[in-house]
Design a protein around this ligand. Structure first.
Ligand code: TNX
Length: 549
């Protein structure tokens, strides 16, 4: 039998071979029954399937539970009279709907029911399951706030890419984005700043007042907002991973609740600048118990198995300069030992809430983390492998190639960014390595990061994320690198889906005219070249001697 060539619009993403023997034309009413009816109706809303058994005149989607399949795995069989789907969980059933939409024209990715009678599915059977269980995307909503509708869209875009974790970086020096029932000052003071730095630290103009935009920026999620986000994520098969970044990166928190500062800490403001600012909360028992309350409130608002405690780049100068803290640190062997004790305390607070703590690799290097803590590594993959060796489960998020705040090229056409280049090819070539033989911890997966210092709006965020996130997501699902040369058609078909979803992606060849930097506010004032960044990260990883495996 001759297998007809599929036009590019029918290639799957991640690329997956399809053998087809003909077509099922969707020119009749669709009906659906079985255990995954709700997932079909949600995931296939463009087709508008009705619940109910097959009748002679309908195209029937039959769903069955097959406990032998992997948690997010599925089997899909498109035959001449309908569609059969098997999954062991709602997550697998949702994955099958993603595949069905990908087999349809790109218009199947518009946001409303748009089925036309000439849409057709190839007659085909396929089985699929992810290589990695943690496939994440991190959105920094502190540096620039993403309003709720945008977060809901990121959830959908994550699900469209078979990513199953949305990590929200909720707090940082430049804004605290979670309502606190016990501390209203977090909403009143910490959720907005009076100005934003429009320069680049590399530009060398320091705190030049001309570089502040004198425009207030802010926003926060109420408890109700966070519940809405969590419920939408669950429907899409995505788990929210909330992060409260402590004990460093705390300017906004200290501006709102000064008693969290070390004794003698001068008043703080919600920071308008980017970079390492050295604001760390007090490690004393009083402040730590207030922080435990705040963590409990976030856990209460966001139903998730995880709570990320940050732990990165905690500058200890404030601790060293406060006599009381220095004395308090003595039984811990000094302030470095106290840093480890504080991270461990935060992780234990999270465990007491029934959640799994996650921390950046800096906290692993500091030592003393409970073994249940998942380590998220950003400074080097090797640190992650060491953490796995030491018994931690690990999520790999190395700057190269998962920090999409770095521009794809050094061209002056690229809008202002932290550094460059971090190319699509860099992403395509990378997959998280497995843990070394004999490690007690596992490498759970990987994650793409969108730190938003230089991304003031949703369009810029989408420009930086896509298509690099699409390629990373493919690698996390398949566990193997993407061959950009062999998969040109599949990527083109996927970019058409992004267009149908109105995603402001960067074309592979470079920005569209209206995506270019120009000479105005988005002009590239300075960037960190990638070799300098790698040198900095190597040094940082060397200076910090991880605890023995
Ligand atoms: C490092 S990664 C940071 C962030 C910045 C980012 C910019 C990490 C845990 N900390 O605070 O936004 O670099 O690329």
């Amino acid at each position: 039998m001759i297998v007809p060539m599929l036009p590019p619009a029918l290639s799957l993403w991640p690329p997956h071979p399809i053998a087809s023997t003909g077509w099922l034309v969707l020119d009749r009413t669709l009906t659906v029954d079985g255990p995954w009816t709700a997932q079909m109706r949600f995931g296939l809303h463009v087709l508008d399937p009705l619940p109910g058994p097959a009748t002679g005149s309908t195209i029937h989607i039959r769903t069955v539970a097959d406990p032998a399949l992997a948690r997010e795995g599925y089997r899909l069989d498109v035959h001449s009279s309908g569609i059969d789907i098997a999954a062991s969980s709602p997550l697998g059933a949702l994955q099958a709907t993603t595949t069905i939409r990908q087999l349809l024209p790109a218009q199947a990715w518009t946001s409303t029911a748009t089925r036309r009678d000439d849409w057709r599915l190839p007659l085909t059977s396929l089985s699929d399951a992810p290589a990695l269980e943690y496939r994440g995307f991190m959105l920094d909503v502190s540096r620039h706030f993403a309003p709720v509708p945008e977060v809901l869209r990121w959830i959908e875009l994550a699900a469209m890419h078979r990513l199953n974790r949305l990590h929200l970086h909720l707090t940082d020096d430049q804004g605290w984005r979670v309502e606190s029932p016990s501390h209203p000052a977090l909403a009143e003071v910490a959720s907005w700043r009076s100005s934003t730095w429009i320069g680049h630290s590399r530009g060398g103009r320091g705190m030049d007042p001309a570089m502040l935009d004198d425009t207030p920026h802010g926003g926060l999620y109420t408890t109700a907002d966070l519940r809405e986000i969590t419920v939408h994520a669950a429907r899409c098969g995505v788990t929210i991973v909330p992060e409260v970044d402590l004990p460093g990166h705390a300017s906004a928190l200290l501006a709102a609740i000064p008693e969290l500062g070390v004794p003698g800490c001068p008043p703080q403001q919600v920071e308008p600048r980017w970079g390492l600012l050295g604001r760390t909360i007090s490690p004393m028992p009083g402040p730590m118990s207030i922080v435990a309350t705040l963590l409990g409130e976030v856990a209460d608002a966001i139903d998730s198995p995880y709570l990320h405690i940050g732990g990165d780049e905690a500058d200890l100068t404030m601790w060293r300069e406060a006599d009381e803290v220095r004395r308090y640190s003595e039984p811990h062997g000094g302030v470095e030992g106290l840093r480890a004790a504080v991270n461990a305390q935060l992780a234990r607070d999270v465990l007491a809430l029934g959640r799994t703590p996650i921390a950046w690799d800096d906290a692993f290097v500091a030592g003393g983390l409970p073994h249940e803590t998942i380590v998220m590594t950003w400074r080097s993959v090797d640190l992650g492998l060491r953490a796995a060796g030491a018994g931690h489960d690990v999520v790999m998020a190395p700057v190269v190639p998962t920090y999409f705040d770095y521009a794809e090229s050094t061209s002056p056409d690229e809008p202002l960014s932290i550094g460059a280049p971090l190319t699509l090819a860099d992403v395509a070539a990378w997959t998280p390595p497995p843990a070394r033989a004999g490690s007690r911890g596992r490498v759970l997966g990987g994650q793409g990061q969108l730190w938003t210092e230089y991304m003031p709006d949703a369009a810029t965020r989408e420009y930086r994320a896509f298509p690099r996130l699409s390629v990373l997501a493919a690698n996390l699902w398949t566990g193997v690198p993407t061959d950009l040369d062999a998969d040109t058609d599949a990527l083109a078909a996927h970019l058409a889906r992004l267009d149908a979803r109105h995603v402001n992606h960067r074309p592979v060849g470079g920005p569209r005219p209206w995506q270019r930097a120009g000479s105005g506010a988005r002009a590239p004032l300075g960037i960190y070249p990638m070799d300098e960044v790698s040198q900095y990260l190597d040094q940082a990883a060397q200076h910090s001697e991880p605890p023995p495996d």
